[in-house]
Design a protein around this ligand. Structure first.
Ligand SMILES: [Zn+2]
Ligand SMILES: [Zn+2]
Length: 327
């Protein structure tokens, strides 16, 4: 993890340009690549999360300087000798990330199956439907296709494609098991989707292994779809794994959800803390739990349980940065 000096980087009133991208590509020495990328990211003031592995990379990064942002995307393409990179871009007034974190992992999207390799000929060629094609299939073959959301239950809750099945899973590694239990006929046409497309790349391989060869994924995931087709077959908002929590149909940061202070799931129920009187949002699950629902943080929950005395509100690290940015 690399800590950058945020006071040098964060500028008030300037949006953050965000890009999400991945590529399955053999990387012989991910550790060496990590050093190179760290150096370049620091030079350009890039924040975010990058996962590197011998199978490729998976990243969401941001930058407030538009020129640096474009240079960063170009650098990635050149470094890995790629003709194109499927960047899913968006903007936010508040920082989606407060630091740069580059991790080397056995898998760039966790399936628990390191043996599962995406053959080169299958990359970005087969089994991908563009937002246009996806929409067309949804409309014209509605009765004949099975649409499955491969994301976790809390992502599904915020928004999904109309009529999509909800596997109700806690993490993606549970997806194959869910699928096996559905008893779907192997010749049925199956459409799967996720946030940016990477989970489905592996998902398709797992389903093909089970003998399902009529499976298609939404190219670039929901983020790519919403860019082209807002307010159509997708209803609600799209959960993202950064400080924005979710993006709306226009890919703007959500104004509905925050992360629940107790469990980290998306939260939308507004309450006032019994200890510090601070207003906060809590999730559907925690609002049902007596010991959690009354307090705005783990700290307040702990203190309140201890002595039932009022106390000052403690600013979370992210809120502190936001306040500084606004002043
Ligand atoms: Zn919660
Ligand atoms: Zn509180």
């Amino acid at each position: 993890m690399t800590r950058l000096d945020l006071s040098d980087i964060l500028l008030p009133d300037t949006p953050f340009f965000i890009t999400a991208f991945y590529q399955f590509i053999p990387i012989t020495d991910p550790e060496k690549m990590k050093l190179q990328l760290t150096e370049k990211a620091q030079e350009l003031g890039i924040l975010g999360l990058i996962v590197l592995g011998t199978e490729g990379f998976n990243a969401t990064t941001c930058c407030q300087n538009k020129d640096h942002f474009e240079a960063w995307k170009k650098y990635f393409k050149e470094l890995f000798n790629l003709e194109s990179l499927n960047n899913k871009d968006s903007e936010s007034q508040l920082p989606p990330f407060l630091k740069l974190s580059i991790k080397v992992k056995p898998e760039i999207v966790t399936t628990g199956r390191t043996d599962l390799k995406l053959p080169k000929e299958k990359q970005n060629q087969n089994f991908h439907l563009s937002p246009d094609e996806w929409e067309e299939v949804l409309r014209s073959e509605k009765e004949d296709v099975v649409v499955i959301d491969t994301r976790n239950w809390y992502e599904y809750q915020l928004g999904t494609f109309n009529g999509a099945l909800n596997p109700n899973i806690e993490k993606f590694t549970e997806f194959p098991n869910y699928f096996k239990k559905q008893n779907i006929s192997p010749d049925k046409k199956i459409l799967i989707f996720c946030t940016g497309g990477i989970r489905c790349e592996k998902g398709i391989l797992e389903l093909q292994e089970e003998g399902f060869n009529n499976v298609y994924q939404l190219e670039g995931g929901i983020l790519n779809y919403l860019k082209e087709k807002p307010h159509q077959s997708f209803t609600g908002e799209c959960f993202v794994f950064d400080n924005r929590v979710a993006v709306d149909q226009e890919l703007k940061p959500t104004t509905i959800y925050k992360l629940c202070p107790h469990c980290g799931q998306p939260a939308a129920t507004r309450l006032q803390c019994v200890r510090c009187d601070h207003e906060y949002l809590i999730c559907e699950s925690c609002v049902k739990i007596e010991s959690k629902k009354d307090t705005c943080s783990k700290n307040c929950a702990f203190q309140w349980q201890l002595n039932k005395k009022k106390g000052p509100h403690q600013e979370a690290p992210y809120s502190k940065v936001i306040k500084k940015l606004k002043t």
